[in-house]
Ligand binder design. Sequence first.
Ligand code: GLA
Length: 509
Amino acid sequence: MARSIWSYLATAAALLALKATSGGASSYNGLAVTPQMGWDNWNAFGCEVDEELLMNTAQKMVDFGLRDLGYHYVILDDCWSDGRTSNGSLQANAAKFPHGMRYVADQLHSMGLGFGMYSSAGKYTCARYAASLGMEKQDAQTFADWGVDYLKYDNCYNEGQEGTSMLTYNRYKAMSDALVATGRPILYSMCNWGMDYPWNWAQTMANSWRMSGDVYDSFDRPDARCPCTTYDCRLPGFHCSVMNILNKAAPILNKAQPGAWNDLDMLEVGNSGMTDDEYKTHFSMWAIAKSPLIMGTDVTRMTPQTLSIYSNAAILAINQDPLGIPALRVWQSPAQRQNETYSVDAYTASETSFWTGQLNGGDYVAAFVNAGPGPATMMATMNDIFIDQVTTGSNAPVPQLMQTWDVFDLWANRMSDASAQAIIVGNMTMATNATDGSNATSTLPVQTYNATATSYADGLAANDPALLGVKVSTMAPMGTLVAQVPGHGVVVYRLRSQGGAGRRKRDEL
Ligand code: GLA
């Protein structure tokens, strides 16, 4: 029997509705469509938390232009509480937070910042304070009543409710549901250290998930307390180096999507355990992996070098790119040995790797990592850069291979020490969307960006030079990308096609 026109229309409408709900950049709660950015006290201060620390840090985040670069959340980690009230509600330690948590939230909101709070999907937090297992609804409501915008939710004292994905899922889903039920938009940051493979199941109920044990302020030092070198890990531990976490993350990075990110842990930049090149590598790779970027240092005592790393808007623009696709490791040489507990040479002195990722509007990011101690000349072919296009399995030619690409160095316009110092001592406010093409040796105006005024997406669409770095070369069709990479260092490029299919435009007829 012939189908009526109405049945066709109904099918078409259903397909359209499906399209509207199945694709696009959104998330289960509409938050973190790009990776969240902010500051957390844990890496620099541990349990030494109080209201004054949060207020002083927040003020400096505003003064130094960090808020306007996108560092939005001020996250209070463990050790803030003092048990529960007689009706069972969590309560703040009154000595540390004399005005209470609602006051903290109000102050932060008045400064244009968000307030992050911490609890654990266990009986206690990791520092043995009261936590939320079995108390999810009441605690979520307490956080909402306080004006909290973000919850970091840890994994300690979980009373054995782990070991299968379903057990861990259910434990974390209880808080996810409780947060949604409050009606307040609260970003949900799972901190279960990769246990039970959250990258396989957390996208529909959390905005990010930690994929490793805790980071520490070392580039590549092996430590028995962080025993795993692969993502498949039963003892995540802590004291995990930057290279340890990066190598564990490499195989799972593609599991991220807008609104749901692999969290490589908070940044150590500025805590003085690494060199400047090591911190640049740490920051760049977290950014292009689309990890949340949570500063983990004492903002009130930042050095100029620390400020200029956190303020590199050209790198931040990759992290905040509207497409939300993580860069992936295309090759590693020599391959790190897998399934090894640890040994000094598991972090081989000559390990190098190459990473690429697709960006909005047809651009690409390409990063060379040199984890060896000395400088290296590194190269990648177009087949490396466009590996996913090359291997799609179709016979169609890969247009990217036949195009000419402009190569932008994303560290070449790093803010000078003099400019950063001037900001720190308060002599200068950040320039808003400076448009000169100044390079690393220039001083004024400061080459930075105000994402509060103009989103990264809009700035990229307008080709704001603060987001593009400095053009250093062009790559011809079927050409090779080359970089001089310092030891323990990184070179990050944005590649932009000159368009066409590699043919020269005729100048005149
Ligand atoms: C765990 C987390 C850390 C931090 C501490 C606080 O180790 O992974 O990020 O929150 O707990 O005790």
